[in-house]
Design a protein around this ligand. Structure first.
Ligand code: ATP
Ligand code: MG
Length: 645
């Protein structure tokens, strides 16, 4: 079920946009013909201490070497902070913080943010943290998390942010992997009215982390926590004693900026390493173009800073562009399911960026919670993390955006540093469920399983044939694994692990992970299409489809279906859904089994973990693989208990 309706660019969005049709065409042409010339101009989005003279030096062959702007020197925090303050925008709001408690919020100006970053940077130096050292950050969604990341960048330390919802085990394995010497955490976090015992988790984790010498603890809830003498330091006490000025460390463009572990949807998380110059350029470039960011606008990305989306589109991209970025501590459905929209109204949010999982969850609750808000300030809506089903796309467009706001469905990965495929609101007409077209300077292709490039309207493995500045450089201390994971399946090309379809208009549709592709009687099918057909049924809120062993077909189709609130799972509905999918896609796609799922197993970033569902469908539940990034293990027990067939 693919919707081929074109939703044209609105004249009011095109007018004055950063990339109207003409400009986009020119950019695509130049970035293709003369990448060095193109990026030598775009790099001026950042403040350089020494401007690069070498622009692109990359090879996907052999040992794989990716270098951008390599002789340039910069400190990314100058681009994100100093230059705005020096340029007379010191009193502009950098961060609006909205607490879990709807009554709690704060505004931090660029000047205040710079000062806080410098104090913490000096504090870290006083604890012996040096350029190149790794610092782990385990914080809730509070301003301190942005301060901590930027303070690392200020002194050239490499940050590794670990999502505040992770367990002590997940925390310790990520600390051990990068051998960080400092951990920055908080007493407790708040989420959906509950407290999260961060410091207690950290204490537990640190029992197996001998490299950690110091811990800085932010007082957030004020809850009492144990402090270990000589190791643990109170953030405020430590920072109050420091100077509010800290000279930015001159960094090479290819010096590491951060390590971040992937979500773990397909297996054990990978430690992705990003460097300074190319990542910074990519963050600033894509944030302005994709969200058509205009000065003075309030921009809100609902991700957590523990994910790459939070790195690039809460912290580095918006701050490099001098934007006002909103940081939200809470969850979409607390105190009630209109929270997102009341925050939009409260802070007059212009650009809103969230994930399909949140949209589908809110859709389940109906229109009323949305409609009680005005949402008049909204101009652009974004989606990231999974394929967005056309049904959810249309709901987002009609109900949330009142058909006024373009939707940017942004396809990218932790590895890509920033968005690679997305409509640009000023120039690209949208199709519900399609990420549309690559950004200027991005060269995707489809290949068959032998690596041959496929032309025209077709489906295949999604690869990228040449480098872009924001690309990951290596797996931390394991270049071999980097080459193996991303460049060995299709030598000479970056393999994304995703499948995609390109339609007659050259639009790209992500069909899901290639590991999840089904092979039913010799027909290859992506999961996204069947799931979208199910979600299009008026009673269905969410669906996940996997293959299961089938004697005749090779693989049969096993669907897990979550119904909308108040819908009854009946035998009649089961039959109706099978018939519905047959009608929407064809008999080849009829589900062989449908299991009612009150919840689906998801990563903590909200993505469906189909590899676990595959095991349940195949009744191989003794070995579920790496489940450390699973958000709610009880969901899995329930599904195992109610397996069909
Ligand atoms: P791991 O690599 O550890 O298995 P992960 O792939 O979920 O985890 P991320 O880097 O957070 O880790 O997610 C990137 C993946 O998310 C993409 O490869 C793609 O499968 C999916 N994705 C992200 N955005 C979109 C989108 N707009 N449309 C379709 N899929 C998307
Ligand atoms: Mg991945």
């Amino acid at each position: 079920m693919t919707d081929n309706t074109l939703i044209a660019v609105k004249p009011e969005i095109a007018a004055g946009s950063h990339a109207d049709a003409e400009r986009r065409t020119a950019m695509v042409a130049e970035a293709t013909k003369d990448p060095d010339g193109f990026w030598a101009r775009e790099m001026n989005r950042l403040a350089w201490m020494r401007a690069p003279t070498k622009i692109k030096n990359t090879s996907f062959e052999g040992d794989v070497s990716i270098r951008w702007f390599e002789d340039g020197v910069l400190n990314l925090t100058e681009s994100c902070l100093d230059r705005h303050v020096e340029g007379g925008r010191g009193d502009a709001v950098a961060i609006i913080w909205e607490g879990d408690d709807p009554k709690a919020d704060a505004h931090v100006t660029y000047r205040q943010l710079l000062e806080r970053v410098c104090r913490l940077a000096n504090a870290m130096k006083s604890l012996g943290v040096r350029r190149g050292d790794r610092v782990s950050i385990y914080l809730p969604m509070i301003v301190e998390s942005a301060v901590a990341m930027l303070a690392c960048a200020r002194i050239g330390a490499v940050h590794s942010v670990i999502f505040g919802g992770f367990s002590p085990d997940s925390l310790s394995s990520r600390i051990q992997d990068c051998e960080s010497t400092l951990l920055i955490t908080a007493d407790e976090g708040r989420r959906g009215g509950r407290t999260v015992p961060l410091k207690a988790n950290a204490d537990e984790a640190l029992k197996s982390c001998p490299t950690i010498r110091n811990v800085i603890v932010a007082r957030n809830t004020g809850g009492g926590v144990a402090m270990e003498d000589g190791r643990d330091h109170d953030w405020a006490e430590l920072c109050d004693a420091q100077s509010a000025e800290c000279a930015p460390e001159p960094m090479g463009a290819e010096d590491p900026l951060f390590i971040l572990y992937t979500s773990g949807s397909t297996g054990k998380p990978k430690g992705v390493l990003h460097t300074t110059g190319g990542y910074g350029v990519w963050a600033a470039f894509t944030h302005e173009l994709v969200f058509d960011y205009r000065p003075g606008e309030v921009y809100w990305c609902t991700a957590d800073v523990g994910w790459v989306t939070g790195h690039t589109y809460i912290v580095y991209g918006p701050l490099a562009n001098g934007a006002t970025t909103l940081m939200f501590e809470g969850v979409p459905n607390w105190p009630d399911s209109s929270r997102f929209w009341s925050v939009v109204d409260k802070h007059k949010v212009n650009i809103f960026y969230t994930a399909p999982t949140a949209i589908r969850a809110l859709m389940r609750e109906g229109e009323a919670p949305v409609k009680k808000s005005s949402r008049k300030s909204l101009r652009i809506l974004g989606s990231v993390g999974e394929p967005i089903n056309p049904e959810a796309w249309l709901w987002y467009y009609r109900v949330v955006g009142d058909e006024r706001c373009p939707i940017v469905d942004t396809w990218w990965q932790t590895e890509t540093g920033g968005i690679l495929i997305s409509p640009l609101p000023g120039s690209v007409a949208q199709k519900p469920g399609s990420a549309t077209l690559p950004l200027p300077g991005v060269f995707p292709a489809l290949v068959d399983n032998d690596g041959a490039i496929l032309e025209g309207a077709t489906e295949g493995n999604l690869v990228i044939t040449d480098s872009w500045p924001g690309q990951m450089r290596t797996v931390f201390r394991d270049h071999e694994r980097f080459v193996q994971t991303y460049f060995s399946t299709f030598p000479g090309k970056y393999f994304t692990g995703d499948g995609a379809r390109r339609d007659e208009d050259g639009y790209w549709w992500i069909t899901g992970r290639v590991d999840d592709v089904l092979n039913v009687s010799g027909h290859r099918m992506g999961t996204a299409e069947i799931e979208s057909a199910l979600v299009a049924h008026p009673k269905v809120a969410e669906a996940a489809v996997v293959g299961m062993p089938h004697e005749i077909k090779g693989q049969g189709i096993y669907a897990y279906v979550t119904l909308k609130v108040d819908e009854e799972p009946t035998e009649a509905l089961r039959k109706e859904l099978v018939a519905w999918v047959r009608k929407e896609i064809g008999p080849i796609a009829s589900p062989d089994a449908i299991q009612w799922a009150p919840g689906l197993p998801k990563t903590r970033s909200g993505k469906i973990m189909r590899r676990i569902l595959r095991k349940i469908a195949a009744n191989e539940t003794d070995n579920l693989g790496d489940t450390s990034t699973l958000a709610d293990p009880t969901v899995v027990q329930d599904l195992i208990g109610n397996r069909v067939g």
